[in-house]
Design a protein around this ligand. Sequence first.
Ligand code: Z5A
Ligand code: MG
Length: 210
Amino acid sequence: MSTQNRGSLVVIEGLDRSGKSTQCQLILENLQAKGKKVQLYKFPDRSTAIGKKIDAYLKETSQLSDQVIHLLFSANRWELIDDIKSKIQSGVTCVLDRYAFSGIAFSAAKGLNWEWCKSPDRGLLRPDLVIFLHVSPEIAAKRGQYGEERYENIEMQKMVEKNFERIQREYTEEKLSFVTLDASSSLETVHSQIINLIDKVDVSRALETL
Ligand code: Z5A
Ligand code: MG
């Protein structure tokens, strides 16, 4: 991919109710106000045919094996990746609300093999920056709408939290920029920390794959 004037690929990850979607919206508004081209993507994208299956599974109106739902989450990323790639090539900053790291953290928490969980996402675009919003599962549970979907319980979230720590270690060893922020502070504090990090992203190197 040409490195000339490409956009950046920024991923916001975090535990449930850590404020990912709220912060993604604030990033969008901040970059737009600075005159930058920016596009938000949310995973899972529940609007596609695959996304509708995922939505039914999360709302517990359908049952699927752990392997099948893992592959669907990954397929949902693959179906949007060409669009993301072309946006980046045309200078658009793409902000992703969850990505492959959520896939590994949640499926491995259900007991699936770690390397198996990573494999379907190999070849997807590698982000320039991953920001992990950390909030204790106990604080998250007190925030809006908690507990309405599958996985929204403290035991699961604690396992997911441990898995994200391992993900950060492994990807940092691979030189991926993966930064944890304390998301229990105010919206404004978290937002300004995120913007500081995004402003420093180096788009002079070519995008690689996971
Ligand atoms: N999943 C998976 O298993 N495999 C995969 O590959 C992927 C996902 C991609 C649905 O995801 C589930 O899919 C998720 C992981 C799994 N399961 N869980 N748990 P989702 O992203 O669609 O989930 P969601 O319904 O959008 O929830 P969320 O993303 O976890 O919430 P959030 O975006 O992090 O939080 P928010 O909506 O911005 O904020 C939540 C509330 O907290 C809201 O009332 C805010 O006003 C409040 N809030 C936010 N920030 C703050 C601060 N700083 N202080 C106080 N209150 C705040
Ligand atoms: Mg969200």
